[in-house]
Design a binder for this molecule. Structure first.
Ligand SMILES: Nc1nc2c(ncn2[C@@H]2O[C@H](COP(=O)(O)OP(=O)(O)OP(=O)(O)O)[C@@H](O)[C@H]2O)c(=O)[nH]1
Length: 411
């Protein structure tokens, strides 16, 4: 549970800090208001530039959405909300923001400079345009539906407390958008900043009455965007895409920072070429993910990496070979004992023939497979001080493990 919540923490923490400042530091905020306001626009420009540079359209769109929302709040919504037009615009803007975020999140992934991105901008601007271009007809419509159409009574009946109708509409809109954002971030693996931004919009609307609330929430939201964008760029550079383990670049940097005592283990999946040839490259990929997941569970303070292909490395800082052997044995046996269920490859390609056969052998459709790994391990010595030399010694020990019949640890 805590692992699932962890990605949301940086953004939520920033939102909490912004709320604390809004509650307690009014005098300080008054003195610094102009600076904070223009910093907000500056950070928006930096985030937009970085999103375009790193080809991250989702981040570019959310930065634009935040910027538009902030500009409209500063320009049009500083009047008391008892003014009917202001209230009508406020409700529309409050709902437009999370709806546009969901639209942007659902757009198919295309490069940042692509016609579809311009169309997406057009779509959310069109959604926004009516109340600002034609406020009179929009207000007539808004109040027509709400008051003459009886929607106000219906909405208020839904609510146990006597809130204003705009609060009820915003609550319903935000609860739906937040559920959609969490579902998208979780199941479609969309950026975790999406729910954080919906929460930011929600809190902003709940506490709109506080002075400086919109400026603080903009700063918190845009800083969250920047943090998530940098985190994603870091992952692109350092993490291996298939297995999610740190890759070769991360290994090289870790090796540069090692002290006087450390051990390096090199490991390689046994007969993996044969496995690929028998079951296909896609199932080979699934096996590599399974192997990486077991290696990632290594105990004893080992740091796992994907060295490349079907080779992995574990670095134990501050440990001798003897201190690591039990932990490496545990990884080796965990992989040996792991049974992966795969679909059989010999199913007939022809659809009708396939159906007939599946009836006959419905439970035979799958097959259990397992793989083993060989491990070579070496530690820093007074002769071998360079981590690259230690790595080469571990590689030689791996070769000996292969020669000794595989599925074992050699030093
Ligand atoms: N599916 C898949 N296969 C990979 C990947 N990277 C490397 N391979 C395959 O891994 C296999 C490595 O084969 P070899 O180096 O000949 O070694 P081996 O068959 O494992 O034999 P031993 O190491 O001697 O036990 C090759 O067939 C590569 O195509 C990958 O990312 N995915």
């Amino acid at each position: 549970m805590t692992r699932q919540l962890k990605p949301y923490l940086p953004g939520l923490l920033l939102l909490c800090v912004a709320q604390w400042l809004a509650e307690t530091q009014t005098a300080l905020l008054t003195d610094w208001f102009e600076f904070l306001k223009w910093s907000g626009y500056g950070l928006l420009m930096i985030t937009l530039g970085m999103s375009v540079h790193f080809n991250r359209p989702f981040y570019a769109h959310t930065t634009i959405l935040l910027g538009i929302q902030y500009y409209l709040i500063q320009t049009y919504l500083q009047a008391p909300s008892t003014e009917l037009d202001v209230q009508a615009q406020y409700v529309w803007l409050a709902l437009w923001f999370p709806i546009s975020l969901i639209i942007v999140a659902l757009m198919p992934s295309r490069p940042v400079v692509h016609l579809s991105q311009a169309l997406t901008v057009g779509l959310y601007l069109a959604l926004l345009a009516w109340p600002w271009l034609d406020i009179e007809s929009y207000s007539d419509w808004y109040y027509g539906i709400l008051i003459e159409g009886g929607l106000k009574e219906q909405l208020l009946q839904l609510w146990p407390v006597s809130w204003s109708v705009s609060s009820v509409a915003i609550w319903i809109g935000y609860v739906l958008s937040l559920s959609a954002a969490i579902a998208l971030a979780h199941w479609l693996k969309l950026p975790k900043v999406l729910p954080v931004l919906v929460v930011a919009g929600f809190v902003l609307n709940l506490r709109f009455h506080l002075p400086y609330e919109s400026t603080l929430m903009l700063l918190a939201a845009v800083l969250s965007l920047l943090i998530y964008l940098m985190q994603q760029s870091w992952q692109l550079v350092y993490l291996d895409e298939l297995t999610g383990l740190p890759g070769r670049r991360a290994l090289n940097e870790t090796m540069q920072g090692l002290g006087r005592k450390y051990t390096i283990a090199m490991m390689d999946v046994d007969h993996f070429k044969k496995f690929n040839d028998t079951y296909g490259h896609d199932i080979g990929d699934q096996v590599l993910k399974m192997v990486a997941a077991r290696i990632n569970e290594v105990t004893g303070g080992g740091k796992p990496f994907r060295y490349g292909g079907e080779e992995f490395t574990i670095v134990f800082s501050g440990k001798s070979v003897e201190q690591t052997l039990a932990h490496l044995e545990a990884v080796r046996t965990a992989i040996e004992n792991y049974q992966m269920t795969i679909r059989r490859q010999d199913r007939p390609k022809d659809h009708d023939e396939g159906k007939k056969q599946r009836k006959k052998q419905s439970s035979d459709d799958t097959e259990q497979v397992s793989v083993t790994i060989s491990i070579g391990v070496a530690q820093r010595t007074s002769e071998d001080k360079d981590p690259n030399v230690v790595l080469k010694s571990a590689d030689k020990a791996l070769y000996r493990a292969k020669e000794s019949g595989r599925n074992c640890v050699c030093q």
